[in-house]
Ligand binder design. Structure first.
Ligand SMILES: Nc1ncnc2c1ncn2[C@@H]1O[C@H](COP(=O)(O)OP(=O)(O)OP(=O)(O)O)[C@@H](O)[C@H]1O
Ligand SMILES: [Mg+2]
Length: 327
């Protein structure tokens, strides 16, 4: 058995753009473009990048909540892209997702007990009444909500508590892998740390594997063992999180992480401000998609799309002219 729970290979997702009176396809948004990576069992891979770079599309394509255009998603050794709907229903139990907005993803007319029971009904788990109640109370305990939450409605809870309900709902089917799509971005800063710590404790106790999407690079550094950086649908760099913060090789990663303040103000740090806007994913630049904003770009970068280069086993990047590391 492979040590990897998930292997994504050359995954692409194009959204067609229809136009004209006949609604013909006039172009496509390449939201995810030839993305490959692996996640080990029990690991958290962080996923960062500017708004619109394709993080959510990648997360949803992995779970086939949207159909990938091409590529493979190997989960526990099986390519789930080939699965039919029955096989996929079975697989969904193992792969769950938590969204950014905990209110929008909870049905306001259902009690917490109903919300947590729904996925168990779909997958026919704990169908015996007393067994079900025991399981519901266990789930509430796991996400540190009081037992009387069962009969309450989502609006009776704070944002952080609602996100705990969403986490409990994901856990209800005993998943192995959870895509966390900006799970704390909508929460108050004071509550963010509690929810992040809860996710980390659950990971330890239940052996969960996470793909953790976030804007906040500090949160990502805290929770992730490795971090992947996306730019305009491409994955441009993946490395151990400790390595990325000091030793980024892709200029885009370097610029992204240069924006994080250092805890020690006496340490001098250069802040890199990127010029220009993110180009349109409908019409990406030639060669390396980052070249129009890159201070290291050469003619090669303008003409050719860089292959993946690997360094020290776990560090990979797509760049012809990487940042030179200081000794
Ligand atoms: N259903 C859709 N139809 C057409 N284009 C889409 C669709 N969903 C997403 N896109 C486009 O795909 C690209 C990637 O979007 P996506 O939501 O995956 O980005 P993101 O990295 O999650 O952004 P954010 O950080 O704002 O959440 C964007 O250009 C977006 O406009
Ligand atoms: Mg998103």
């Amino acid at each position: 058995m492979s040590e990897y729970l998930l292997e994504v290979q050359n995954l692409c997702k194009k959204f067609p753009i229809k136009g004209g009176i006949f609604g013909r396809e006039v172009g496509a948004v390449r939201a995810v473009n030839d993305v490959s990576f692996k996640i080990k069992k029990g690991e958290t891979l962080g996923l960062v990048g500017e708004s619109g770079c394709g993080k959510t599309t990648l997360g949803r394509s992995i779970l086939r909540l949207i159909e990938p255009t091409s590529g493979s998603v190997i989960f526990n050794g099986q390519n789930i892209v080939d699965f039919d709907s029955n096989q996929m229903r079975e697989m969904r139990r193992k792969m769950q997702i938590i969204f950014q907005d905990p209110y929008a993803s909870l049905n306001p007319r259902m009690t917490v007990g109903g919300i947590l029971s729904e996925p168990m009904d779909i997958h026919k788990l704990c169908m015996d009444k007393s067994e079900r109640r025991k399981r519901l109370l266990q789930l509430l305990d796991q996400v540190q909500l009081p037992q009387d939450a069962l009969n309450k409605y989502p609006h009776e809870f704070s944002g952080g508590q609602r996100q705990r309900i969403c986490i409990a709902r994901a856990l209800a089917v005993e998943p192995e892998f959870i895509v966390c799509d900006e799970p704390v971005s909508a929460l108050d800063v004071s509550v963010q740390a509690q929810v992040v710590n809860l996710l980390m404790d659950l990971q330890k106790d239940l052996g969960l594997t996470y793909l953790f999407i976030a804007h906040d690079l500090k949160v990502v550094e805290y929770i992730s063992s490795r971090v992947a950086v996306m730019y305009l649908g491409n994955m441009v760099e993946v490395a151990e999180s400790s390595e990325l913060y000091g030793g980024a090789r892709h200029p885009y990663t370097k610029a992204l992480f240069s924006a994080i303040p250092k805890p020690d103000p006496t340490l001098k740090k250069e802040r890199i401000l990127l010029e220009g806007d993110i180009p349109s994913p409908m019409n990406p630049p030639s060669g390396c998609h980052f070249h129009p904003r890159c201070w290291n770009a050469t003619d090669e970068c303008r003409q050719k799309y860089p292959e993946v280069k690997a360094e020290s086993g776990t560090h990979e990047y797509r760049c012809f002219n990487p940042i030179q590391l200081q000794e």
